[in-house]
Design a protein around this ligand. Structure first.
Ligand code: ATP
Length: 380
């Protein structure tokens, strides 16, 4: 998984004095009985590339549409650049939204599509020509200016839609699944381009995606949503390494979750007895829980090592199991190991050597271990 981060080295969200560019306060949106968005509080800072991430139907698009002004909150307030948006219609907000469908005008050329918004605003002809040329250059489709949308590939149409969203130089750019129509290779390439474009323009981007790798690759911070609510907001590495709940642990990347009961709660370390693992687990990071509490310990697959010869380090957590599945992915192999309890554990090994032989085979018994600092205690 690509764990990266966009620009903004100074991390304004860590500064309590920094003024958020977008403030979402207690915002809900109900459609009849459905609470599409339910009591959301968010601060987004100037220059951020902020990703709303979640499964289908969790309310991402509804939240984005409220920022754009296409939906009115049932409760709560939205401020953009310090201004309450309650009475501000979409066209008067410092915002532009790029739709999932791209919504290009089929009868207009690429250049006309991009110019349209500026013409509506009454911008002078010469300035329109300059700004359209500049945008087409930025998104690398200058050569296609006279084509119509049906003469373009999906990736090219996506670039036109992006140019059209950016040409009015909005302070806030909202992108709803902007790369959804692209194949995997083009998507990966475009993700980096999009971050470069955002950094060049210095605008604030909010992107909706259900693709966690996409969010992790591009975003300064990721907001994980579930059933209309915010589960966690953090930099990509934060939500991956330090999820605050079982939901986030499981949603971002792959997680091994072992349930157990706390037997010792010391300073900095918690001991758990876990029948699922078949023994004790010591965990050094994450939440705190009292003796007797039922908790989970999360360990990422790449944090687990196979112990050659079966002798685990006594300072580590360890167990033994039988290899049931192996997925060879080229750079890494993923091993699925079944424990005596029936619990399945996943771990990955980098394929460091140039060989077609597999060092671990199906039905092998393997011992594995991980350091207490590499597990996370989850209490919810
Ligand atoms: P997806 O990734 O599938 O686009 P999403 O996370 O963007 O999903 P939303 O489109 O915000 O989710 O929808 C959230 C919930 O609100 C869903 O249950 C959806 O059916 C419902 N919903 C959205 N718009 C409306 C509407 N206009 N009328 C009624 N229900 C709606």
């Amino acid at each position: 998984m690509a764990v990266g981060s966009g620009g903004l080295q100074d991390k304004p969200w860590t500064d309590p004095k920094a003024e958020p560019f977008v403030r979402v306060q207690g915002v809900s949106k109900h459609f009849g009985d459905v609470a599409a968005v339910n009591g959301v509080d968010l601060n987004i800072y100037r220059g951020e590339f902020f990703a709303l991430l979640g499964a289908s139907g969790c309310g991402k698009t509804t939240l984005l549409r409220m920022l754009a002004g296409f939906e009115t909150p049932s409760a709560g307030k939205i401020f953009i650049d310090g201004v309450d948006m309650a009475d501000i219609p979409p066209y008067r907000r410092p915002v532009n939204m790029m739709f999932q469908s791209y919504a290009l005008f089929p009868h207009m050329t690429v250049g006309q599509n991009v110019a349209f918004g500026l013409q509506q605003e009454g911008v002078a002809k010469a300035e329109i020509a300059d700004r359209v040329a500049e945008m087409l250059d930025l998104v690398q489709i200058k050569a296609l200016a006279t084509r119509k949308p049906d003469q373009l590939s999906g990736g090219q149409r996506q670039r036109v839609a992006l140019a059209r969203a950016l040409v009015k130089r909005p302070k806030l750019v909202l992108l709803d699944e902007p790369l959804g129509a692209l194949d995997r290779k083009l998507r990966e390439q475009t993700q980096f381009e999009l971050v470069n474009i955002q950094e060049k323009l210095g605008a604030t981007f909010v992107i909706v995606t259900h693709d966690q790798e996409e969010a992790m690759t591009m975003a300064t911070r990721v907001c994980v949503m579930n059933a209309g609510m915010v589960e966690q907001v953090g930099a990509p590495a934060e939500v991956y390494e330090y999820p605050n709940s079982r939901f986030v642990a499981d949603f971002i990347g792959t997680a091994n979750l072992f349930e157990g009961v706390v037997t010792e709660a010391g300073a900095g370390e918690t001991r758990i007895v876990s029948p699922e693992l078949g023994g004790d687990i010591v965990v050094g990071t994450g939440g705190t829980a009292a003796v007797g509490a039922t908790v989970s310990v999360m360990v990422r697959p790449e944090k687990i090592q196979v112990v050659p010869g079966g002798n685990a380090d006594p300072a580590y957590n360890s167990a033994e199991g039988i290899v049931r599945d192996i997925a060879y992915l080229g750079d890494v192999s993923v091993y699925h190991v079944e424990l005596a309890s029936g619990k399945r554990v996943q771990f990955t090994r980098a394929n460091l050597l140039h060989t077609a032989d597999t060092p671990i085979s199906w039905d092998d018994t393997v011992r594995f271990q991980w350091h207490p600092a590499n597990g996370i205690l989850l209490v919810i």
